[in-house]
Design a binder for this molecule. Structure first.
Ligand code: PAF
Length: 253
């Protein structure tokens, strides 16, 4: 497995693949079985798989959250190697943002609701970095988890709006046996919060409507940011002892 520490080495690697198909999995590291699933699908559908690991500062509302974001690089590289990844791109901030983030990709509708309302400018940072990574990876397909439903929708919309050649593929959420969606943030849950956390998915899936889901979650001790339905999905964001969880399920008929 190749480790590509800068843009030139990524471009050289990409050129060396020629016309072979490339699947791309962008990540911020702290990889878990959910990322494993994206990688597995990419490996199954493409001749080569490229993973990027970059904790993108422009998508964090709280720079302290960015600074303390887990970065277990050794374990991440081991997971990639075992999963059959061909190359891992590990860019530096100054190289990805030569303009110091003066150029941005901004979407004006979908990015302002739900996650966008709770986390202003979050999606500007996501879309800008994903655009840069998609251009550099020049992949046939790029894989994104359905857990970040709004992100997936926005990235797909961006690829269409800017005529990108890369197909954006959504991959179903991977869950613990008790229903909790896998997330790099789950390790921050205390033992008692971890016990309660699966209730989030249960309530989202079973409540009769969004208002009932909110009430039930609040009575269980969650701080609810939003529960809402759009395009046939019920989406929610909650906090448990300061740890933020998001999830989404198919909305009830
Ligand atoms: O989903 C993530 O991990 C990030 O938002 C992404 C797509 C890698 C962009 O930094």
């Amino acid at each position: 497995m190749k480790q590509l520490a800068n843009i030139n080495s990524l471009k050289d690697w990409r050129r060396s693949i020629g016309t072979g198909s490339v699947g791309f999995v962008p990540t911020m590291g702290a990889l878990h079985a959910g990322h494993g699933k994206l990688i597995e699908q990419s490996c199954a559908e493409n001749e080569k798989t490229l993973v990027s690991i970059f904790v993108n500062p422009t998508q964090f509302n709280d720079q302290n959250d960015c600074a303390t974001y887990p970065q277990p690089l050794k374990e991440d590289l081991e997971l990639c190697e075992k999963a059959g990844v061909d190359a891992v791109f590990l860019p530096q901030r100054r190289e990805l943002y030569p303009d110091n983030y003066t150029y941005r990709v901004i979407e004006n509708e979908e990015s302002t609701v739900l996650e966008g309302e709770s986390r202003p400018e979050h999606f500007d940072g996501v879309l800008t970095v994903v655009m840069k990574l998609l251009i550099l990876a020049n992949a046939n397909k790029a894989y994104f988890g359905e857990k970040d439903w709004q992100q997936l929708k926005l990235v797909r919309g961006m690829a269409g709006a800017y005529f990108l050649d890369t197909e954006v593929v959504g991959v179903p959420t991977v869950r613990e046996e008790d229903g909790l969606a896998l997330s790099s943030r789950n390790v921050r849950l205390s033992a008692s919060a971890r016990m309660l956390a699966p209730e989030f998915h249960r309530v989202l899936s079973t409540a009769m409507d969004c208002a009932m889901a909110r009430l039930e979650l609040e009575s269980l001790g969650f701080d609810v940011e939003y529960v809402d339905e759009r395009d046939g999905r019920r989406l929610g964001a909650v906090q448990l002892e300061g740890v933020r969880l998001i999830d989404n399920v198919q909305a009830m008929e």
